[in-house]
Design a protein around this ligand. Structure first.
Ligand code: 13P
Length: 262
């Protein structure tokens, strides 16, 4: 089953509009060295940067896709401080991160609210990038598979077969996020294969997130079930994010060659 690789940078609460413009101009320029890019490159930027980022990728006809980092499930209403799928769609935003562990930890996001948000995102033609992953205590208690199954099953409940095919899943073990402790590649691949089996869908793209860096990306991308990365820290600097895109692209090429010679 051929799945297009994804390299997504999640800036979290970093970068002003001016920073966003400077970064994107550099990345757009660097990506010109890849006239035909197999990797889907996504940048998840703060709300305040969405419009400027969209304007730049449109003006330069770049294939970089812009995503938001969260949204509210309701389309409008008395939800002070929130942003809806309608508002994101109006800007031409491509995707939205839902259920990130930082949203779960600090803003009470649950599998149930993630489910409602996924449905609203899909209704407005936004690609949901749905984050799942266990806490360190859950891993140590041997509960990794149970936790990710519950997260995936509840978050995706009620989606049609067609809708399921549009979702991107990010397996982000919480203990690996921002800690420098990357999940061992074989183990990340195992959990990702397990999630895909739980979903009973070969075509769904599942990426890994948690301390992905230029020096560990090759080992991750070499494995068959890992379709790319959702990257925090290493996406903040254009040079290192570009290296991650290059590595993803090379891995895609290697998989393609392996399939052709089989
Ligand atoms: P780091 O790459 O900084 O560990 O963050 C991962 C993440 O949370 C991406 O969403």
């Amino acid at each position: 089953m051929k799945r297009h690789p994804v390299m997504a940078g999640n800036w979290k609460m970093y970068k002003t509009v001016a920073d966003t413009e400077a970064y994107l101009l550099q990345l757009i320029e660097q990506l010109k060295s890849f006239p035909s890019l197999a990797t889907e490159v996504i940048l998840c930027v703060p709300f305040t940067s969405l419009q400027a980022a969209m304007r730049l990728v449109q003006t330069h006809q770049s294939r970089i896709r812009i995503a938001a980092q969260t949204m509210e499930a309701a389309t409008e209403g008395a939800f002070t401080g929130e942003i809806s799928a309608v508002m994101l769609a109006e800007l031409g935003v491509h995707a939205v991160v839902l259920g990130h562990s930082e949203r779960r930890q600090y803003y009470n996001e649950t599998d149930k609210t993630v489910n409602a948000k996924i449905k609203s995102a899909l209704q407005h033609h936004l690609t949901p990038i749905v984050c799942v992953g266990e806490l360190l205590s859950e891993r140590e208690a041997g509960l990794t598979d149970t936790i990710v199954t519950q997260q995936v099953v509840v978050a995706l409940e009620g989606l049609s077969a067609e809708e399921l095919g549009l979702v991107i899943i990010a397996y982000e073990p919480v203990w690996a996020i921002g800690t420098g402790k990357v999940c061992e590649a074989q183990e990340a691949n195992r959990v990702i294969a397990f999630i895909r089996k739980t979903m009973a869908r070969d075509d769904v793209r599942i990426v890994y997130g948690g301390s992905v860096k230029p020096d560990n990306i090759d080992g991750l991308m070499a494995l068959s079930d890992i379709d790319g990365g959702l990257v925090g820290g290493a996406s903040l600097e254009v040079g290192s994010f570009f290296k991650l895109i290059e590595a993803t692209e090379q891995a895609a090429q290697a998989h393609e060659n392996a399939t052709l010679t089989r």
